[in-house]
Design a binder for this molecule. Structure first.
Ligand code: DON
Length: 554
């Protein structure tokens, strides 16, 4: 499909995916681009670029701003992964994933039934991660990067449809604490939010002001740490001051793969994203996808089979590298060749047959991604999260921010891997100080040493597959970036043995069903992306309209 035809076709198709999808075109700019789910935060990022900040400065400011304007996932109480591609330099990964409190071990959560309380909270990494990024790459003073978020919290911002609806939905759910309702409810939760209502967050403004003036340590020690520990204690949670003292963001080697001459850089463990994306591309390189067609049943089936195999390897081998020896062969071309030997283009491989000795038994969410580029060509691909939508739904009393429930990303019950998708394998069991396995996949794609694509997504385990879909749409199917983001996605994660799809074409669904797929329909991901035109160098920013989003360029 040519880029032009692809755009038209996909925009028309996109309209049929669901109510949240709308026709858009990419924003094109020369000097800078910020693409994220929150329009206010995108504007904050561009303002930082305009005053001389680089892509990392803008990213730090966007991350703090989204802790205010996108409370479902933007955060200071969670963690994530930032990939930085300095112009003419090698991409670097900053791991600011949460850690397990020292009081937790592999059996702590085996009987847990609710993940919406203080016990589910991992030691937050975001503030240390942003500090690390700023110290290594930033140009502007820290205070100037946090200040816009302080202002947004103090003065408030107007709720768009996506945020108003989301708050109304989650304020009604059980779990979390009363402070969540007090801070995020309209009139303490008495009334539903309407589009255009103003949300102000005075406690969060004070917290951010302290972080802005006193620096990142203010989050982990002193009065703010006391508020956090008091909140944890109120729910008999596990975090203690020494967990906060010992938390460190870590710089790591990225995972690199080569796919049809394109260089792919993804995050290394404790995220599974980089390994899985490279492994899936290595498998797909053995097929002529372009010839097979973007939307043929054979292509959709093949991609599902590749996803199934990679997710089986994810469960078998990947966890925090400080605790688990992860084999080197996972991203080799030879291993991919071995994995595809069992793919039958006519019918599914039952997931159970890939279990390789793992006993299989019977038996939600929120993250956000943003992509940033500055005038010099430095780029940031950042995904961060509270785990589920609004995390644990516990707000730190007096500090106004939401705590993650990331402990749920560990394998919860040792030895119990279920047909429903629960994983109980050894590499990702809880241990004191360990980082839980993630699927966050902020990536860069380069061609001949030049950056071509910056992308990533939320969506739990669907993240890796959303990123795969976007990458294939750009590299194999030659869609323009907006079309690539809009196009219907698919997801297979080994167990449950089913294929989730966004497309509605009944003929395609029938053909896939005939090959043995159990099809479920589900919306997937939120991939705010930038494509850099190799001919002109212009930045094409594509916001994903599955939630809200804005591509702000200048
Ligand atoms: O790190 C992870 O893989 C998960 N905690 C991400 C959760 C997520 O993406 C939920 N969002 N939509």
């Amino acid at each position: 499909m040519s880029r032009m035809f692809g755009t038209l076709a996909i925009i028309l198709l996109a309209v049929s995916i669901g109510p949240a999808q709308e026709a858009r075109t990419a924003t094109v700019a020369k000097n800078g681009m910020v693409v994220c789910v929150s329009p206010e935060a995108a504007d904050v990022g561009v303002a930082i670029l305009k005053k001389g900040g680089n892509a990392t400065d803008a990213s730090v400011a966007v991350a703090f701003a989204m802790a205010v304007t996108h409370p479902a996932a933007g955060n200071i109480g969670g963690g994530g992964f930032m990939m930085v591609a300095p112009k003419n330099g090698k991409p670097v990964m900053i791991d600011y994933r949460e850690t397990a409190p020292k009081l937790c071990d592999k059996d702590t959560f085996a009987k847990t039934t609710s993940w919406f309380d203080q016990k589910a909270v991992g030691v937050p990494g975001t503030v240390r991660g942003l500090e690390f990024a700023h110290k290594k790459f930033g140009k502007l003073p820290w205070r100037e990067l946090v200040e816009p978020a302080v202002k947004l919290a103090e003065e408030g911002f107007l709720l768009n449809k996506s945020t108003a609806n989301s708050l109304n939905e989650y304020l009604k759910k059980p779990g979390g604490n009363e402070e969540f309702k007090r801070v995020f409810g309209k009139d303490g939760g008495k009334e539903p939010w309407k589009i255009g209502d103003r949300l102000t967050q005075p406690d969060l403004a004070k917290t951010l002001k302290l972080i802005s003036e006193k620096g990142p340590d203010a989050f982990y020690t002193g009065p703010l740490a006391e508020l956090l520990l008091a909140e944890i204690k109120a729910g008999e949670g596990y975090i203690r001051q020494d967990d906060l003292n010992d938390y460190k963001a870590v710089e790591r080697e990225t995972i690199k793969g080569v796919y049809r001459g394109f260089d792919i850089f993804g995050p290394s463990p404790p995220s599974s994203g980089g390994i899985c994306i490279v492994q899936m591309l290595n498998m797909l390189e053995n097929y002529d996808l372009k010839k097979m067609g973007a939307d043929s049943a054979d292509t959709r089936h093949l991609i599902a089979e590749v996803m199934r195999r990679s997710f089986a390897d994810r469960a078998k081998y990947i966890g925090d590298p400080a605790f688990t020896k992860i084999p080197d062969f996972l991203t080799t071309k030879e291993h991919a060749k071995k994995l595809i030997e069992s793919i039958d283009l006519k019918k599914v491989t039952p997931s159970e047959s890939l279990a390789d000795g793992i006993p299989i038994q019977d038996e939600a969410k929120s993250t956000t991604h943003f992509s940033v580029m500055d005038a010099d060509g430095n780029a940031v691909s950042n995904t961060y999260t509270l785990e589920e939508t609004y995390g644990s739904r516990v707000v730190v009393r007096g500090a106004g921010y939401i705590l993650n429930n990331e402990m749920g990303d560990f394998n919860r019950v040792p030895g119990v891997t279920t047909r429903k998708g629960g994983v109980g394998t050894a590499p990702n069991l809880v241990a004191p100080g360990k980082r839980m396995l993630s699927s966050q996949t902020p990536v860069f794609v380069f061609k001949d040493g030049k950056l071509l694509l910056v992308t990533g997504s939320p969506g739990g385990r669907t993240i890796i597959n959303t990123v795969l879909c976007v990458v294939l749409n750009v590299l194999d199917f030659e869609m323009d970036i907006q079309a690539a983001v809009n196009a219907p996605r698919q997801h297979h994660q080994w167990f449950p043995d089913q294929l989730a799809v966004e497309f509605t074409d009944q003929k395609l669904i029938d053909e896939l069903t005939a090959k043995g797929h159990k099809i479920v329909k589900r919306r997937q991901g939120d991939a705010h992306s930038i494509w850099i035109d190799p001919k002109t160098g212009l930045y094409h920013g594509a916001a994903d309209s599955r939630l809200a989003g804005k591509a702000a360029g200048y």
